[in-house]
Design a protein around this ligand. Structure first.
Ligand SMILES: Nc1ncnc2c1ncn2[C@@H]1O[C@H](COP(=O)(O)OP(=O)(O)OP(=O)(O)O)[C@@H](O)[C@H]1O
Ligand SMILES: Cc1ncc(C[n+]2csc(CCOP(=O)(O)O)c2C)c(N)n1
Ligand SMILES: [Mg+2]
Ligand SMILES: [Mg+2]
Ligand SMILES: [Mg+2]
Length: 286
């Protein structure tokens, strides 16, 4: 069974699962695990690893339109070296600070492969779920697409720049601004294409995306090749950690959000298309 099939099963077993984070009354909670071989390319600093792993969970809190309150992380490695743990905690604290949350603790574990598990809690009175999109709404995305895909290509030759690109900003403030005006929302951790298929399934709708409207990051054009084209990096690769949402108040959310918001298409009755042609459900899968 692949990851998606397993998630579909879990979704049918657990009434509170199935969204970016679970919501209980006003409490919002999410957890994630990242591994050296699948998540941290060679050259990723411990600072970036701390930032990115805690950031991934903060992004799931943002995707509910919630405030992020606190984060904890498990740091598992073959050995505990002072500079490495220090850098990791600095990165974890920095990403929390960026979104007004606090890094409050965690756990250490001995493990052959460097592995990080994170948990973040937040709060909201008005969670935005994946299931609330309606045909006719505008489809929007925060920030730019493709930074992580481009970064992965840069680790060999420009590791410092790749680390910078890998330190994304979780869109908590934008999510708060969007919350009151969104139909549905999620983060694009598995890429825009797969996110749209997930939103479409949860909301029983479709999407038509305008390719020319996509806010593709400048660095994507720099690293794209014939084999690894711009759409592959910006639409399918994943780990953008941008918010993908639907709204009928584009100008309002644009005026409220500290992060740029780009309308990229419309909510339709069914099917996910890019410039009218079917957009395959291809993205990252564990
Ligand atoms: N082992 C598990 N036990 C219970 N629920 C799970 C488990 N794994 C995943 N889920 C639930 O399935 C849903 C989808 O999980 P997934 O991690 O793919 O979402 P996500 O956090 O948006 O993705 P990403 O990890 O790429 O950010 C979530 O609601 C999650 O709580
Ligand atoms: C070494 C290395 N290889 C590949 C990738 C790309 N990658 C890893 S996980 C993921 C999607 C979201 O994962 P999750 O569902 O766990 O949040 C993507 C696009 C990487 N970062 N490092
Ligand atoms: Mg998510
Ligand atoms: Mg997650
Ligand atoms: Mg995922």
């Amino acid at each position: 069974m692949d990851e998606r099939a397993a998630l579909t099963l879990i979704d049918s077993w657990l009434p509170l699962a199935g969204d970016d984070a679970a919501v209980l009354d006003d409490l919002v909670i999410s957890t994630d695990m990242l591994h050296e071989t699948t998540d941290f390319p060679e050259g990723t600093t411990r600072y970036t690893a701390g930032w990115r792993s805690v950031g991934a969970s903060l992004s799931d809190i943002a995707a509910m339109g919630a405030n992020a309150t606190a984060a904890v992380a498990v740091y598992a490695a073959p050995s505990f070296e002072e500079p490495e743990i220090h850098d990791f905690i600095d990165g974890a604290r920095a990403v929390c600070e960026r979104v007004g949350a606090e890094y409050v603790g965690g756990d250490l574990d001995g493990h052959d492969e460097f592995t990080v598990a994170t948990t973040v809690v937040g709060d909201t009175h008005e969670p935005v779920r994946r299931s609330g999109a309606s045909p006719g709404e505008t489809l929007c995305v925060t920030g730019t697409l493709g930074r992580s895909g481009a970064a992965l290509e840069l680790f060999d030759h420009e590791p410092e720049r790749a680390n910078d690109l890998f330190q994304f900003e979780p869109r908590v403030a934008a999510g708060r601004a969007i919350a009151a005006h969104a139909g549905a929302m999620m983060d694009s951790s598995d890429g825009l294409a797969r996110s749209l298929h997930q939103l479409a399934a949860a909301s029983d709708c479709g999407f038509d995306v305008a390719g020319s409207a996509l806010p593709i990051d400048e660095c994507v054009h720099e690293v794209a090749t014939d084999e690894l084209d711009v759409y592959e990096l910006a639409v399918h690769f994943g780990e953008d950690f941008e918010l993908v949402f639907t709204t009928d108040a584009v100008e309002t959310v644009r005026s409220l959000s500290p992060t740029p918001i780009t309308p990229i298409g419309t909510v339709t009755d069914d099917g996910v298309t890019l410039d009218g042609a079917s957009l395959p459900d291809r993205g990252y899968s564990h």
